[in-house]
Design a protein around this ligand. Structure first.
Ligand code: COA
Ligand code: THG
Length: 564
């Protein structure tokens, strides 16, 4: 089938659905939401069998849905309507939530229902529910609807009485520090995570949006007061406890989301640092960016970098923990990232915020490479990447520096650098990619610049294995496999071979050459005449709406495209 996607952005859900459909043999062309006239034009150019809107805010013109079957992914249960579905579900503390696939109609979200799924709600960030439960449910709905559509005789179910929920305003999200409990504060920030954040003027003495909160069970203090700092985040008192807040954005169109301590550096003077080493065991809930956990022969490293983006300093902190682990009496080191993302490579926001973005880009990519090199230069231990969540660009290649790479089923990978202004890329990709898939395949993946599923990555030999439906299922199975391997007879042989390779002068020379050559290209990307990286980064970081759909997404806008 030929399927046209309408998307506000080609976000994680759109990418996952793209993979699910194309890998089942359907053709998918994507039109970004630029203008209603262009939506009509896209449909007329492509003449799809079916249109799907995985993530769309704008009304689809009737010229489109009267001619083409058009289905909208709504992150809410049947008969729920409106633009802030998940936000309301979190604020209201719904115990069960869901996804429904609604046929486009004149009135928003009022059309017939083609498929629906429900799931138990977790008390978690909106973006996390979206990237896990909503995404899995949406995939099931879309696959079911495609089948129903192909059968040709399916009659969708009309809605009886919809429940309209308006756009959630800041007045609902606003924290009342004297009145709200820790749970209330968390709920409000969770419901607003990623977008739009919670507007607050109390904690920092000026109006900012708050993002990414964690519960704290040890520290306590007066409501709204900044009590402590750790890893560029701050701990803030509530009526009955405290919460951590890691990111803020100043008001105003030009502002971007940054770690709290980068927006308010003076807090480093006035607020005490309460350090917990990554390997320290604590028996209360708190926030720490990197956590090292040792179980028997295996060391697990968790890193909770917001949006999977890794600043220079975060790369350095992670490298230090890898160094520490290498000296531990363990046989294997497992990198786990966090549930939502494994890693998305260098942090474009902190780069954009730096006094000199080219210099900061250079520092950041060198810190990424130092981390990668630390992992590569581990001659006497097995290294494993466990991708519980999605990875992109340098984050994928960071994983590939490990001996074994596993990913959860449903993870989406973007193993290329092209989308941010044609970067050449580093992280030793010129060593790891051809080694795994050969030059030809490698070039294909890099040039096509489209996402691939973890299943596809396994098929082409980019990664070793795919398993687990949920992050916890994935971690359990990963632990089992790694433990089994380090106990096996093959393991001794493996380490012997690895040590021989990784201490040989040829290998050391090879990786030094790869790093040097890659960085020469990157230097040109950062400091050369071609400024496309700086322009693309600006657009990305400032979330500037698209003004056209690039042909790599829109098959129907490619030169020489003809209807079949
Ligand atoms: N450096 C810095 N930031 C990076 C990065 C890097 N290397 N790589 C990724 N990121 C950031 C992006 O900037 C983005 O940040 P933001 O979400 O804080 O703005 C984030 O990582 C991932 O972006 P994206 O793929 O667009 O998001 P997502 O699909 O994972 O989900 C949601 C984000 C869920 C919050 C958002 O899409 C949403 O609100 N969904 C609900 C939709 C809905 O309710 N629709 C109903 C009809 S209107
Ligand atoms: N039918 C048609 N197009 C659609 C939908 C539909 N496009 C996507 C849309 N569903 C997804 N759901 C919503 C629901 C409500 C709103 C946006 C997307 C919404 N938007 C503005 C607001 O936030 O106030 C109002 C914009 C306006 O109309 O002026 O409320 O079912 N054809």
């Amino acid at each position: 089938m030929r399927v046209l996607f309408y998307c506000y952005r080609f976000n994680s859900l759109s990418q996952r659905l793209y993979c699910e459909l194309t890998e089942r043999g359907h053709e998918v062309s994507v039109e970004l939401d630029v203008h209603p006239e262009l939506m009509i034009e896209a449909a007329e150019l492509y003449r799809p069998d079916l249109i799907i809107a995985p993530f769309l805010k704008r009304k689809i013109p009737s010229e489109v849905w009267r001619r083409y079957k058009t289905l909208i992914v709504h992150p809410g249960v049947r008969e729920d309507r409106g633009p802030s579905a998940l936000d309301w579900a979190i604020v209201r503390g719904e115990r069960v939530w869901g996804v429904s696939l609604i046929e486009a109609d004149e009135e928003y979200d009022a059309g017939d229902i083609w498929a629906w799924r429900e799931f138990p709600m977790r008390f978690a960030r909106k973006s996390s529910i979206y990237r896990n439960e909503v995404t899995e449910a949406a995939v099931e709905c879309v696959l079911e609807a495609v089948e129903k559509f192909e059968s040709g005789n399916f009659k969708p179910e009309p809605q009886r009485e919809g429940r309209w929920n308006p756009r959630m305003e800041q007045s609902v999200r606003r924290i009342e520090w004297e009145k709200d409990s820790t749970e209330d504060v968390l709920r409000k920030i969770y419901a607003s995570d990623s977008q739009p954040g919670v507007l607050d003027d109390r904690v920092f003495g000026e109006e900012v949006f708050l993002y990414n909160a964690y519960p704290e069970e040890e520290l306590k203090g007066s409501p709204g007061e900044v009590l402590a700092r750790r890893d560029e985040a701050v701990c803030v008192g509530t009526r009955d406890g405290a919460v951590w807040i890691t990111h803020v954005r100043r008001r105003g169109k030009e502002s971007i989301k940054l770690p709290v301590l980068r927006v308010f550096p003076e807090l480093a003077e006035s607020v005490p640092e309460v350090e917990i080493k990554p390997w320290e065991r604590v028996d209360f809930k708190t926030y720490r960016e990197i956590e090292y956990e040792e179980k028997g022969d295996v060391g697990y490293i968790h890193f909770r970098f917001y949006n999977g983006a890794m600043s220079t300093e975060q790369c350095e902190r992670l490298r230090d923990v890898v160094r520490y682990t290498k000296k531990r009496p363990v046989k294997a080191i497992v990198l786990l990232g966090q549930e939502d993302f494994f890693s998305n490579g260098m942090n474009l926001n902190t780069i954009e915020n730096a006094e000199s973005p080219p210099d900061e880009s250079w520092r950041n990519i060198n810190a990424m490479d130092d981390l990668c090199e630390e992992i590569l230069r581990t001659p006497d231990k097995l290294t494993v990447a466990g991708m519980q969540g999605n990875a992109g660009a340098g984050g994928v290649f960071l994983a590939l520096t490990c001996d074994l790479v596993f990913a959860r089923r449903g993870v989406v990978l973007n193993p290329h650098y092209k989308n941010i202004g044609n970067l050449y890329g580093s992280e030793f990709w010129t060593y790891t990619l051809p080694k795994r898939v050969g030059w030809e395949r490698g070039r294909e993946v890099m040039e096509r610049r489209m996402p691939i599923s973890s299943e596809e990555a396994k098929r082409i030999g980019l990664i070793e294995g795919v398993f687990g439906r949920t992050p916890s299922e994935f971690r359990r199975e990963l632990k089992r496999r790694v433990e089994e391997f380090v106990r096996s007879r093959d393991f001794m042989k493996f380490i012997k071979e690895k040590r021989r390779e990784r201490t040989s002068p040829e290998w050391l020379e090879l990786i030094e050459r790869c790093r040097k050559e890659e960085l020469e290209h990157m230097k040109l990307n950062f400091y050369g005449f071609d400024t496309s990286y700086h322009i693309a980064r600006y657009y990305f970081v400032h979330r500037v709406p698209h003004f056209r759909t690039p042909p790599y997404l829109a098959i129907h806008r490619r030169l020489g495209f003809t209807q079949p």
